[in-house]
Unconditional design. Structure first.
Lengths: 357, 258
């Protein structure tokens, strides 16, 4: 042993004379683009915010007061409220490196349960609403269980759940719409989220306020509570999270259940938005919510991004839709531009990630 | 003397592969026990069994004379066993502070903490900075930088600091110097001695024989899923140890494990 150990001492001794100074990381070599890249790495929701502000300014310059009025700008908020709420749910799931294709179906199912429980079984509307919220949470719990315990890929689980819930929704509701006047007369609380109030030309609805408060509360929870840090850790690397002491199962269950609950709230908001309870409504919520999340800069690989980005993403889509319509352009231009934005957003995401390498 | 951590008859099978074959394990209080063995000998499985990352199919584990039954690393951690895994088990996108406190975050005092569940960032950052300074392993400018922006050695340092900061009974280090340069390895070895001087026993898994022979009090040689022998590094050479673990040489009768 003595031989080898002396040798080992030797090679370390050889390093003793080396300078003790630790490598200094000056930012000179980084350059302008490098600085931008680093800054975006730290603040991932900044890109969609810049795009949003730029879009508002450009449309404002092109359209003037027609667009740049409190009324038009708050109209955008009203138009994106459903997508915004659903995108909040979608963001949570995508942050855990999952995807929830059943958000739209859960939303419609919950709204149908709220309506049918009130009008078919004569339950008090408030109880029917609680039932709807419970159903949404329960469907989310099934998703969460299949993903976390049975270890099925989230894409498959929620693809299946989408079909199941949507079919159940049509079977249960017998494809029957509950008309707006009926709801207004007998159960106005179902339309609560549609209630409007005016602040100097700006029109807000309860649904808009709910969306904004929801996003702010979730942003707080994700950044400043242990639960939020666990959501990111699970999305980043579930194995590492488990080994470093995170209860991955409980975190995933909480995320999917919360996602279901938020979608059920979106169902309630949907009744407020369209007035009636219609089992065929909200079919685009899946794609629109994923679009908002991706444009908002949340990585589909999980663990990166900010939920505020999803709100900005939803608003960007809203601004483009209204702006192009006011310009008199064909609606297809909106989709074309949104498509380009999606690809650009993912390209930017990949670029920002390179900072890690 | 009663071992602080004791494993008896541990068996773990993965399908038709037997990773642990009626293996015994003893860690004495205050010692540094090195575990060496060839690739595939079952070292990692043994370590995962005592750190709660896998549940053995058979066998029993005692900590301080009490039988323990770990179902997850969280159980082992609550019992005072901290592990630095070879993969480091860190979330690259999260900050150093977040990683150090993952799963044991500190909340604010008062209603901010109890009602709003707000994390006490200042306290967590101070603690993390103190621990890293204590270690002197690196100069990190910003305690809130993402772990993925650190070099391999710095990441290792954060992982070791995390274990050293929270491990109260046993610290397990899986290949702690594998990713490090000469000087950084030296710091980690010094840290190991430092932790030992505080009375906390360490299990060290390593392929680096000079490091093993330098710090270990006893060496557990693992071969074909079980403990072949436990040797004293003062009585044998590194070549002997390598010969035992590869099967080139029969272990001495008096050190042979039952």
């Amino acid at each position: 042993m003595s031989d080898t150990s002396r040798q080992s001492d030797d090679f370390e001794a050889a390093a003793k004379g080396s300078p003790e100074q630790v490598a200094e990381f000056e930012d000179h070599h980084r350059g302008f683009m490098g600085t931008v890249q680093h800054f975006l790495h730290v603040n991932p929701s900044l890109v969609p915010l810049i795009v949003l502000v730029a879009a508002i300014l450009i449309f404002g310059a092109l359209l003037g007061a027609k667009f740049f009025s409190p009324f038009a700008l708050t109209l955008i908020l009203q138009q994106v409220q459903i997508v915004g709420i659903v995108a909040a749910a979608q963001s949570l799931v995508i942050l855990t490196a999952g995807i929830d294709l059943s958000v739209g179906a859960i939303m419609v199912m919950s709204s149908v349960v709220m309506g049918q429980f009130t009008f078919r079984y004569g339950l008090p509307p408030a109880v029917a609403i609680l039932c709807g919220l419970a159903i949404g949470t329960a469907i989310g719990a099934v998703n969460g269980f299949l993903v976390s315990r049975v270890k099925l890929p989230p894409f498959i689980v929620t693809l299946g759940m989408w079909q199941i819930v949507l079919a159940a929704n049509f079977l249960y509701s017998q494809n029957e719409t509950i008309r707006s006047q009926e709801i207004e007369a007998n159960a106005p609380i179902l339309q609560l989220f549609g209630a409007k109030f005016n602040v100097g030309g700006a029109v807000f609805t309860v649904g808009v306020i709910f969306m904004l408060v929801l996003i702010l509360v979730l942003a707080y929870a994700l950044r400043h509570t242990a639960w939020g840090r666990h959501v990111y850790a699970v999305g980043d690397d579930p194995e590492a999270a488990e080994l470093s002491g995170v209860n991955v199962h409980r975190t995933l269950m909480s995320v999917y259940m919360l996602s279901g609950l938020i979608c059920a709230f979106a169902g309630w908001a949907l009744i407020g938005r369209i007035g009636s309870v219609s089992p065929t409504s909200g079919q685009l919520a899946n794609i629109e919510s994923i679009t908002a999340v991706v444009i908002g800069g949340i990585s589909l690989f999980g663990g990166r991004g900010s939920i505020l980005g999803s709100l900005f993403g939803a608003l960007i889509v809203g601004v483009f839709t209204l702006g192009l319509r006011l310009l008199g352009a064909d609606a297809q231009w909106t989709f074309l531009l949104i498509g380009m934005l999606i690809i650009a957003a993912v390209a930017v995401d990949q670029w920002i990630r390179k900072v890690a390498a | 003397m009663e071992p602080i951590l004791k494993g008896r008859n541990l068996v773990k099978r993965y399908g038709r592969v037997t990773a642990l074959d009626h293996c015994d394990f003893d860690l004495m209080p205050g010692e540094i026990l090195a575990v060496i063995g060839d690739n595939g000998a079952g070292k990692s499985t043994l370590i995962k069994a005592v750190s709660g990352a896998v549940a053995p199919d058979e066998g029993e584990i005692w900590l301080e004379g009490r039988k323990v039954d770990f179902h997850s690393p969280i159980d082992a951690r609550e019992a005072g066993i901290e592990t630095v895994y070879q993969t480091l088990a860190m979330s690259p996108a999260l900050s150093i502070t977040d990683n150090m406190f993952m799963g044991r975050e500190i909340r604010r005092k008062g209603p901010l903490g109890s009602v709003f569940r707000m994390l006490d960032r200042p306290a967590m950052e101070k603690f993390a900075r103190d621990k890293l300074n204590e270690l002197g392993l690196m100069t990190i400018q910003n305690i809130n930088q993402a772990v993925e922006t650190l070099s391999g050695g710095q990441r290792q340092g954060v992982a070791v600091a995390r274990a050293a900061a929270f491990g109260s009974k046993v610290i397990i280090l899986d290949e702690p110097t594998a990713a490090l340069g000469v000087k950084e390895s030296r710091r980690v070895l010094d840290l190991i001695q430092d932790v030992k001087s505080r009375g906390i026993p360490i299990i060290l898994i390593s392929h680096n024989m000079p490091h093993v022979f330098e710090v270990a009090d006893r060496i557990h040689v693992h071969r074909l899923g079980k403990r072949l022998c436990v040797i004293d590094p003062k009585d044998y050479t590194m070549s002997d140890a390598v010969a035992f673990m590869t099967g080139a040489k029969e272990p001495p009768e008096q050190d042979r494990a039952a």
